[in-house]
Ligand binder design. Structure first.
Ligand SMILES: [Zn+2]
Length: 406
């Protein structure tokens, strides 16, 4: 029998499907990177005790599953502080985008940056996630918008995956905005992504999912549908940025195609929620973009609860609408702006975020057989994870059974 690590005297928040609160005086046994057993410390089965080669006393610290950020744009060149300055003078995000700013200005600086530069700047940002209890992160492309630069971004994500102890879920978001080369030709661009880009991405195994920005300033409903249908036919998972600034019906369409998640959803309506319920599409809420763009249209939380749609919370970290590098702040914003309970928020960055990435068979809850991805918190009450603003009480993480102290 392989050696066993025993994490003892812990308070745990399992975050599994039936989870409601925390359990005290618990032990978690880890073997070969996976959770072998967990339960009350006095109940550790005799058959395992002889093989315990390391005992770790948690001294009643709280252990949650490792946190999961299921929606980020962490790799990019430059930043957009000057646009923020324009917005402070009263120019809207949509206006800035229409004037060639917005995403396109980040496209310019990303295209001008080499792999090493992009890797270095993303590595610095990623440190904050590693230090804040995150063991899985999704990162999207979408600032290259041509073959060379979209593949370059996905390659940077693959290098980050190799270098850092965090599970990575890469997403192709070439349909983020229209590149200058395809000006006024959105249908041609979508066809190009389908015919030319996706086959290479699949061949090189550089992305797990395909995403699209379905919005007046992004891509239309029919363009988004065509892309997602073809991405799905290529064996990739599908996701959508939908209903952020208006009700474009993107979430309903994506749910009907079996999307893993629909993200943003401020303007989501009930018919879309019904479709999401049928397909078990996860609602990914992004409170930081809501805050930074000073939106005032809250996603329909009560309806999402009523239809028991799994709700995930993510940072959306990106240079335009959510330049966040303190990922735990997302939890506070989700509870403050969207009035989610601390149980909903914590489930939103664990089990439901794992579902949004189709990784819930591996991670996202403390259950026997799952990867030992754990976050250890130096706190007294679980509510503290939503309560503090700008505090990081993370003590360390286990990623597949390997410990990383903060
Ligand atoms: Zn986004």
């Amino acid at each position: 029998m392989n050696k066993i690590i025993a994490i003892e005297n812990a308070r745990i928040a399992r975050c599994d499907a039936d989870w409601q609160g925390q359990l005290d005086n618990y032990t978690i046994l880890i073997q070969s990177g996976k959770i072998l057993w967990f339960g009350e410390s006095l109940q550790v089965p005799q058959k395992y005790i002889a093989n315990i080669h390391q005992r770790v006393d948690m001294n009643h610290k709280i252990i949650t599953p490792g946190f999961i950020d299921c929606h980020t744009h962490l790799v990019y060149g430059g930043h957009r502080a000057s646009e923020y300055g324009q917005r402070l003078q009263g120019i809207s995000y949509a206006e800035i985008a229409q004037n060639g700013g917005g995403i396109l200005s980040t496209v310019k600086s990303t295209r001008a940056s080499d792999v090493q530069t992009l890797f270095d700047s993303a590595s610095l940002r990623l440190q904050h996630w590693l230090k804040s209890g995150f063991t899985t992160i999704e990162i999207k492309s979408g600032y290259g918008l041509d073959k060379k630069n979209e593949l370059k971004m996905l390659q940077v994500i693959a290098y980050l995956d190799k270098k850092f102890p965090i599970r990575m879920s890469p997403t192709l978001l070439a349909a983020h905005t229209l590149p200058p080369e395809f000006k006024n030709r959105p249908d041609d661009y979508i066809n190009w992504i389908i015919d030319d880009l996706i086959p290479d991405v699949v061949r090189l195994n550089l992305a797990k999912s395909v995403d699209v920005f379905c919005e007046k300033i992004g891509f239309s409903l029919s363009q988004s549908k065509k892309l997602l249908e073809n991405a799905r036919a290529s064996g990739l998972q599908i996701k959508i940025h939908a209903e952020q600034l208006s009700d474009s019906k993107g979430a309903k369409m994506a749910a009907e195609l079996g999307a893993q998640s629909a993200d943003h959803l401020e303007y989501l309506d009930e018919s879309a929620i019904k479709a999401m319920q049928k397909s078990q599409t996860v609602a990914v809420l992004l409170p930081v973009a809501y805050y930074f763009l000073r939106e005032n249209h809250v996603p329909p939380i009560e309806l999402l609860r009523q239809y028991q749609i799994p709700i995930a919370i993510a940072s959306d970290s990106n240079p335009g609408s959510a330049p966040i590098t303190s990922p735990l702040l997302t939890l506070n914003m989700a509870s403050t702006f969207f009035k989610l309970t601390h149980v909903e928020v914590i489930k939103g960055v664990t089990l439901n975020a794992a579902k949004a990435l189709k990784l819930d068979h591996l991670t996202g809850s403390i259950e026997i057989g799952k990867e030992a991805d754990l976050a250890i918190w130096d706190i007294n009450d679980l509510e503290e994870l939503c309560y503090w603003i700008g505090n990081n009480p993370c003590y360390g993480r286990y990623v597949s059974g390997e410990f990383f102290k903060n």
